[in-house]
Design a protein around this ligand. Structure first.
Ligand code: BV8
Length: 236
């Protein structure tokens, strides 16, 4: 007997933004723009060659700002779920794009950071990022070059707001995983935490992953997510 649904946690990954034209992490076989993950998505890589890493994120920022990249019906459906569901909906995304907020989602945690923000390594102050960030940019706090980095969680760094996420996973009644391969931790363990605290767990993805969710719904996010949200709202 499943308990009534009063609280929902949704985890999204790169697959929800694929139909908006943003490459997924896996489809590049762990290579982005022909760069190895170690070179462009680790603190060691940034220390070795900050200009290479700034160039890598500048290109992804430019892509995100292309007018052809817009929220798709899956992003819109999750914003509708937050607006219309008679309970709490927390959206945790692994994605660093801003498509969820542009679709209207507000109760949103970017656990891997945000492409459109930069951070001073001395003061930890966060600023809206200019499109082109380079080693020479001065941070507004220290007024010195060389302190700014993308506000991105790299491999080997602690994801953001893990305390809030853990609390939500332990108290939710329904956990939805959308468009993620479950290859990156600790996000890949979230369903297990929710399930062990009695939540129903549903995976909505293009292909099967290795996790034993209670329910699997396969297909393209822009069609399966709106349909699933419609059903959830009708039965609420
Ligand atoms: C940490 C920012 C500890 C960068 C990213 C346990 C075991 C093994 C390894 C580890 C472990 N614990 C920690 C690790 C190390 C590491 C890790 O998990 N490595 C992996 C590769 C094995 N984890 C970390 O380092 C994390 N930190 O654990 O810190 C710690 C503790 C104390 C103190 C300090 C530290 C930090 C990880 C964060 C890395 N940063 N992003 C950037 O984006 O530039 S991760 C990166 O991968 C992206 O954020 C991406 O979103 C994310 C996950 O990938 P997915 O979103 O799942 O994307 P993917 O392409 O893989 O899958 C897409 C899916 O969508 C597919 O299934 C596909 O079928 C589907 N799909 C495609 N199209 C559609 C679709 N579905 C529906 N519709 C479609 N149209």
């Amino acid at each position: 007997m499943t308990r009534p649904i009063k609280s929902i946690v949704v985890l999204t990954g790169a697959g929800i933004s694929a139909e908006s034209g943003i490459n997924t992490f896996r489809a590049s076989d762990g290579l982005w723009e022909n760069h190895s993950i170690d070179d462009v998505a680790t603190p060691e890589g940034f220390a070795r060659n900050p200009q290479l890493v700034h160039h890598f994120y500048n290109r992804r920022r430019q892509q995100l700002l292309n007018p052809s990249v817009q929220p798709n019906p899956a992003h819109m459906a999750l914003a509708r779920l937050e607006r219309e569901f008679p309970g709490n909906v927390l959206l945790v995304t692994q994605n660093v794009d801003n498509l969820h907020e542009r679709a209207g989602s507000q109760n949103l945690i970017h656990m891997h950071g945000e492409l459109m923000k930069m951070r001073c390594e001395c003061t930890q102050l966060i600023f809206a990022s200019s499109i082109e960030l380079s080693f020479d940019n001065l941070c507004r706090c220290c007024q010195e070059p060389g302190n700014l980095r993308p506000h991105i969680v790299w491999f080997g760094e602690m994801p953001l707001q893990m305390h809030e996420i853990t609390q939500a996973l332990e108290s939710c009644d329904l956990f939805l995983s959308i468009g993620t391969s479950g290859n990156v931790y600790p996000a890949a363990n979230f369903y297990h935490s929710a399930k062990s605290h009695g939540a129903q767990t549903v995976e909505l993805n293009l292909e099967h992953t290795h996790s034993d969710f209670d329910e699997h719904i396969y297909g393209a996010a822009s069609s399966i997510v709106p349909a699933y949200v419609e059903g959830l709202l009708r039965s609420a």
